[in-house]
Unconditional design. Structure first.
Length: 254
């Protein structure tokens, strides 16, 4: 992750060219396998969120981008294709998004908000430092498997654009990475994880391993072996980061 200190997203900005959590927090993003529920209002949302509505045209445009990203790389998708797939005219797209990359960031933000919510729920049901790290890994792999468009945007399409790392959407990606960093730092304080390795480097190693194992899925459409990948990453990482006087007991539990 970029090491720049970034300001967290301002959830109160709602102009048409601003990506806002307020605009998307009530959307029900599940997986690419449930397109019918994608970008629909969440009936279980708080009362204040239920009152918010997303214009049908904006929903169609977002769903069109997702559909096209399943088949094409972002750079070759045209404005005309998005309009044709959405069944709207190009002028309507400009009403909601200033350019194609702004639309891409909007879709990424929708997925990211849902992903972080699911991840936090999974971690809330997990006890222990190493179990939490394992849950973090498996939850990420499961979400990438279920939503390959999200994985494609995050790992391939978005990072070749420097402005992403100073933009609002990056705040959600930082939140995801900081969840893991917080688990690792607490493990160090509790004496479970060795203190002579940077927690940030441990985080980058784990996230890097996840993303590299997912690349064949993104590029070639192969299946992510969630259980196998989780076990292999954990065996490799845990052996290296467990505090030395706990190695014996940790080996027995792996």
């Amino acid at each position: 992750m970029n090491k720049k200190s970034l300001i967290k997203p301002d959830t109160k900005k709602t102009n048409k060219n601003t990506l806002s959590l307020k605009n998307t927090s009530h959307l029900n993003i599940k997986t690419d396998l449930s397109m019918k529920s994608l970008l629909c209002r969440n009936n279980n949302a708080p009362p204040d969120q239920k009152q918010l509505s997303i214009p049908p045209g904006r929903l169609k445009i977002s769903k069109a981008m997702i559909s096209l990203l399943k088949k094409k790389n972002f750079d070759v998708i045209t404005w005309a294709e998005i309009a044709g797939t959405a069944g709207v005219n190009e002028a309507l797209i400009y009403k909601y998004f200033k350019d194609k990359r702004n639309l891409l960031h909007y879709v990424l933000q929708e997925y990211s908000a849902d992903f972080v919510k699911i991840l936090r729920q999974d971690l809330d049901n997990t006890k222990g430092t190493f179990n939490k790290i394992k849950t973090f890994i498996s939850s990420t792999l499961n979400y990438y498997q279920g939503t390959p468009v999200f994985a494609k945007i995050l790992i391939i399409e978005i990072r070749n654009f420097p402005a992403f790392f100073t933009g609002e959407t990056y705040g959600l990606i930082r939140e995801y990475a900081d969840i893991l960093l917080d688990i690792i730092e607490k493990g160090v304080k509790q004496g479970e994880i060795r203190s002579d390795i940077s927690p940030r480097h441990i985080r980058q190693i784990i996230i890097g391993a996840i993303e590299h194992l997912c690349l064949p899925k993104i590029i070639f459409g192969t299946k992510i072996k969630t259980k196998d990948y989780t076990e292999e990453i954990c065996k490799l990482v845990f052996t290296g980061i467990v505090k030395q006087d706990k190695i014996g007991s940790k080996k027995r539990s792996l």
